[in-house]
Design a protein around this ligand. Structure first.
Ligand code: ASP
Ligand code: MG
Length: 405
């Protein structure tokens, strides 16, 4: 029957009643003949509460102590889930990230997994036990407790599924899958039965915050089939796997993100090394740049425009001002009132004319496009923040995404 990895998010284990519900589901899966490793998040908003507590005793950064503090949230869930499973007549044992053999680098609060020494998990599985693992955490090569960054429990689940060669990795969450657009913006958005890894990465990086991006990347690299499901009802969720796109489906969905800012460096010299200088500096501060457009404005000069997440603006502005001074650029502009939307689908690679359709729909909705960039599976536009929801609704309707394949 094979090994299944299940991951339960914070809402799914948010109360004693919900933990009992999760335990019922775990026991059902075990009785159907599967070996089972379960990854849990901290209960409800308890990670946020712990961050808040830390702020109330200190205004400094204490990365090591922060990791000690935050890993406690997942330890509470793992122990409670294990108790509830044992009460239901199945043997379970809970493990911290360190006990699970999840070895990370030393970057506190955003560690990367280096390897998984899963011997202890395998031993327990061999004894017929269900192993409950605290998500979002590991132990560094220097034997310090680390965390994988907010939302990191998904990554724990996928990494364990890859290391243990699980046949499935099920992510139980408070939504029942991935939709053609954000259902809060487009009420007729439709749940997608399946998506490719690349499509999911595009949907996720633009704010369809169902899965931690790193978990999708990891799943793609190791070919781990992912299944996103609701822990509250039995609906079929969304499956994420390789090359599933049926040929007639061109566009899978529209992702959007209102929390971005536009930054432009005007009149930078037109010579080798300029873009490198700007983006090495920005990237060196750990900032993820979302769109880059360079165009030559006047002879010998270029304008370089790009987008970053709102939360990165404070870090980026001084870096860009420094680059402006060194490069002798004429000026730099900063505009926080923009948003990005992206039409996503593997079929875009081979369909002619979709870009034209997208731009026509936006024009008819009176939405001005400030930047455009495309890849083989996306058409991405920057628009005014106040226009983005109207733009997404117009596109969803015109592209008939509410209708299934
Ligand atoms: N509890 C952590 C967080 O809230 C990790 C997770 O839930 O994935 O970010
Ligand atoms: Mg999450």
């Amino acid at each position: 029957m094979g090994l299944v990895v299940q991951k339960y998010g914070g809402t799914s284990v948010g109360s004693p009643e919900r933990i009992c519900g999760v335990a019922d589901r775990i026991v059902r899966t075990r009785r159907s003949g599967h070996d089972l490793v379960v990854v849990v998040s901290a209960m409800g908003d308890s990670t946020d509460d712990l961050v808040d507590l830390a702020r109330r005793v200190s205004s400094e950064d204490h990365p090591r102590e922060m990791d000690m503090l935050l890993t406690a949230g997942e330890r509470i869930s793992m122990a409670l889930v294990s108790m509830a499973v044992n009460d239901r007549g199945q043997q379970a044992v809970s493990f911290t990230g360190s006990q699970s053999g999840i070895v990370t680098d030393t970057s506190h609060t955003r560690a990367k997994i280096l390897e998984i020494r899963a011997d202890r998990i395998r031993e327990e599985l061999a004894k017929g036990r269900i192993v409950i693992v605290a998500g979002f955490q590991g132990v560094s090569k220097e034997r310090e407790v680390t965390t994988l960054g907010r939302g990191g429990s998904d990554t724990t689940a996928v990494a364990l599924a890859a290391a243990l060669q699980a046949t499935a990795c099920e992510i139980y969450t408070d939504v029942d899958g991935v939709y053609t657009a954000d259902p809060r913006v487009v009420p007729e958005a439709r749940k997608l039965a399946d998506l490719s890894y690349d499509e999911m990465l595009e949907m996720a990086s633009l704010g369809a915050k169902v899965l931690h991006n790193r978990s999708v990347e990891l799943a793609r690299r190791y070919g781990v089939p992912l299944h996103v499901l609701s822990s509250f009802h039995g609906n079929e969720g969304t499956r994420i796997r390789k090359g599933v796109t049926m040929e007639q489906v061109v566009i899978r969905g529209i992702a959007h993100d209102p929390d971005v800012a536009k930054i432009a460096l005007l009149g930078v010299p037109d010579r080798p090394g300029v873009a490198s200088e700007i983006f090495q500096a920005v990237g060196g501060r750990g900032v993820n740049v979302r769109m880059i457009v360079q165009a030559s404005a006047e002879g010998g000069k270029n304008d370089v425009t790009f987008a970053v997440g709102t939360h990165d603006v404070k870090i980026v502005l001084p870096v860009v001002e420094a680059a402006r001074a060194t490069l002798g650029a004429r000026a730099f502009l900063y505009d926080p009132d923009v948003a990005i939307l992206s039409v996503v689908g593997e079929g875009l690679a081979t369909s002619a004319g979709t870009a034209g359709t997208v731009f026509r729909v936006l024009a008819e909705a009176d939405v001005n496009i400030e930047l455009i960039s495309t890849s083989s599976i996306t058409i991405t536009c920057m628009v005014r923040q106040s226009d983005v929801e109207r733009a997404v609704r117009a596109l969803h309707q015109a592209l008939q995404l509410e209708q299934g394949p």
